[in-house]
Ligand binder design. Sequence first.
Ligand SMILES: [Zn+2]
Length: 206
Amino acid sequence: MADLMTLRDAADVLGVDVVTLVHIIEVGDTVPTPPVPKDYKDIVFTADDIERFKTEVSRRRFLDFKSDYADVYVHDEGPGARGLEFGPGWLGILKEFCDSLREFQNAGYRARLRWGKEKFGALRLFTDHTSELAAYIGERRGIAYGKSLRTCQECGELARLRFGHSICLTLCDRHKHLVGEPNPERDGIILDVEAWSRKQREGEPG
Ligand SMILES: [Zn+2]
């Protein structure tokens, strides 16, 4: 049998932490060739697997996006700097948002993306822009937010917010297992946490 690499070694070679690597395997689209054991610490990889995982890690780091949109995405810097902290399924939404920032730039305005994250299954984008653009960019941000709640964060397919017992994420049928057992009191009932919270507050007596 060819040399097999352990989870720890594979994570080192790929330059990711073990948690990230296990997440990729849990997503289920990129998995090692040897059967995945129940105990994740016993996972092993072949040399070919490592090559496939390299491609997947680059995709999750948005490497192509970062070079194609270097004029619009100016990486956050300094202590506490943040990155693009969400799944690769939202790449299309990200590009669309940045295309509009680019249009503003071409018209002579300052409009850049600094960072973004997933929160309650939705995409939040943080920009640096001239104050005149606040309303326009707010509108684009709202569009991206709405689309993210209908787009699987892992693969970009049609999705909805999925509620587990400890986590909620926007996922398609194929990836809904990532939130674990659905929470029947919330799953399929709350589809936008922000809108739902607003309604709860409005519903409060006087
Ligand atoms: Zn999916």
